[in-house]
Design a protein around this ligand. Structure first.
Ligand code: SME
Length: 165
């Protein structure tokens, strides 16, 4: 199956999934499993959600639903890692070779490339979708498109659920 055909087919499955899941937590859990199962180079797929800091603590990214091996990074401050960079700028970060990026926090020695896409609600970062690959430069235009589409759907579901009576 060509790359483009695969990402389009997975996008269609994700769209169908989002139309069945109104609860953000359920959508996120099913989405990470689907992406991990279908996209052969997506070897770790997970959400980090932003926890507002109290007056004494700074905001943290907290591990949410994920598929893949357990990570040592269950809480990440906004000034650390590729994850912190994406959340603090509100922009997608793609790293083709994590060994060349000093921000990278290692989760598995097998990881070679990574993408992190912020989840926005009302223009504000509420969390992010993080994917690691055992392959260099696994996140080209089509993969990035797919992951950004997923993050957008989760943002929309979070927004709708916050408005629900
Ligand atoms: N590599 C991430 C940490 C999270 S693990 O990949 C699951 C980072 O540099 O922020």
């Amino acid at each position: 199956m060509s790359n483009e055909f695969r990402t389009e087919a997975v996008k269609a499955e994700i769209t169908a999934l989002a139309s069945r899941c109104n609860a953000p937590q359920e959508l996120m859990s099913r989405m990470v499993k689907l992406l991990h199962d279908r996209m052969l180079k997506f070897n770790w797929v997970g959400f980090y959600m932003l926890e507002d800091g109290s007056s004494s603590e700074s905001p943290m990214l907290v591990l949410g639903p994920f598929e893949g091996a357990m990570t040592p990074h269950t809480r990440i401050p906004l000034n650390q890692g590729i994850c912190g960079a994406a959340a603090s700028t509100g922009k997608t970060v793609v790293v083709d070779d994590v060994s060349q990026d000093s921000r990278y926090l290692a989760c598995s020695i097998e990881t070679k490339s990574e993408i992190v896409v912020p989840v926005l609600v009302g223009g504000k970062v509420r969390g992010e979708l993080d994917i690691d690959s055992h392959f260099l430069a696994a996140f080209g235009r089509e993969e990035r498109d797919l992951v950004e589409y997923c993050a957008k759907l989760v943002g929309k579901t979070l927004e709708q659920s916050s408005k629900a009576p």
